[in-house]
Ligand binder design. Structure first.
Ligand SMILES: Nc1ncnc2c1ncn2[C@@H]1O[C@H](COP(=O)(O)OP(=O)(O)O)[C@@H](O)[C@H]1O
Ligand SMILES: [Mg+2]
Length: 346
């Protein structure tokens, strides 16, 4: 089998009640036949190879979780075809669950009041994991993260980070060929995010597990995903490797300009006035070119430049000759701004 996951022209529609206002309205809703159709996923097709880590990205409400739920067999598509490990997920839910691991964002799949190791033992029985495989897996886990200290801890006493870590380990425990992670790093601090990312990467490498990961954290994407699929309003906007995306936007660079020594001490109005001044100045000097001007949190004026139109150095030179500049910084375009640009352009 060449692909572990195949989606062909998949749609998912939800029938939602049009709600009425007030108490009388809620009473009406009980008997209402006033429905509208929400198309959460619209004509999505993709093919995923064994061992890939795919970042499934999109803004809130884009249709990411709905797609994951169809791939795990929780939801049935309204149209189109899905094959996971060559089987239709919602028709083969038991068989499918042997072949997948799932972590849904903040909701733990583990037993709330059981010590973690007891949850693991239950999973061992549920998935009929052979003794040796189970032992080897725990040895691997112990070499990757400090999991031993959590074995005796019930999930309800864990921090969000520890719980996420435990959930991910639980999802990989029966060594499924595919693991779905829906917003795995949401709500975590920087160091915990790094820990989780390293763990996902290590498990993918060690077990050649296919990982589908939804996120709107660009740090996850930069750390983990070679390939990204972008969805917005149910429709796929992009499916390619991230390098391709960076190359496509490779001509873009960012020039950061500071005209005062301590811009962070300026009021918001003063910062914006600075930005307008820089903006007008650049636009006047290069009237037929496109730029994007933004203010950073620290009060730098940021100019996104398409170098296929005009060289960044030319602008910098012009600014330095004609304006009082305190400091400058150059940046390549970030994954964040690349993806923002894709959303904006659609
Ligand atoms: N069970 C449901 N009933 C009705 N509408 C739903 C349901 N689940 C999701 N939706 C709608 O489908 C769209 C996509 O939701 P979702 O897949 O959760 O997006 P994402 O995970 O990308 O934030 C949203 O407009 C959401 O309100
Ligand atoms: Mg979601």
């Amino acid at each position: 089998m060449e692909y572990v996951i195949e989606l062909k022209n998949v749609d998912k529609e939800f029938k939602v009640l049009n709600r009425h206002e007030g108490l009388k309205g809620s009473f009406q809703d009980l008997f209402s036949r006033d429905y509208r159709i929400v198309k959460a996923v619209n004509d999505v097709s993709m093919q995923i190879k064994p061992g890939e880590i795919v970042g499934y990205l999109g803004p809130n409400g884009a249709g990411k979780s709905t797609t994951i739920k169809m791939m795990t067999g929780v939801l049935k598509p309204s149209a189109g075809e899905i094959l996971v490990n060559g089987k239709i997920p919602y028709k083969n839910r038991t068989a499918n669950s042997q072949n997948i691991g799932v972590v849904f964002g903040q909701r733990s799949q583990l037993w709330w009041s059981l010590p973690l190791i007891e949850s693991f033992k239950l999973l061992k029985d549920i998935y009929s994991i052979p003794d040796q495989q189970y032992k080897d897996m725990l040895t691997l886990y112990e070499s990757l993260v400090d999991i031993k200290s959590l074995y005796s801890k019930p999930v309800r006493q864990m921090s969000l980070g520890q719980r996420t870590l435990s959930d991910i380990l639980a999802a990989f425990l029966h060594n499924p060929p595919i693991v779905f992670l829906d917003e795995p790093t949401i709500g975590l601090d920087v160091s915990m995010k790094a820990k989780i990312r390293n763990l996902i990467k290590a498990l993918n490498k060690e077990k050649n597990t296919t990982v589908i990961l939804t996120t709107h954290d660009m740090g996850d994407v930069d750390a983990l995903c070679e390939r990204i699929v972008i969805i917005d309003k149910g429709t796929m906007l992009y499916d390619n490797d991230i390098e391709h995306l960076r190359q496509f936007f490779g001509a873009y660079r960012t020039l950061l300009v500071k005209t005062k020594k301590h811009p962070e001490e300026l009021s918001e109005d003063e910062k914006n006035a600075e930005l307008v001044q820089v903006e007008n100045f650049v636009k006047e000097a290069f009237p037929d070119k496109d730029f994007t001007f933004t203010l950073t949190e620290e009060g730098w004026c940021s100019i996104l430049i398409d170098e296929s139109q005009v060289r960044l150095m030319k602008i910098l030179h012009h600014l330095q000759e004609n304006m009082k500049i305190y400091d400058v910084r150059l940046e390549e375009i970030s994954t964040e701004s690349v993806i923002r640009k894709i959303y904006d352009e659609h």
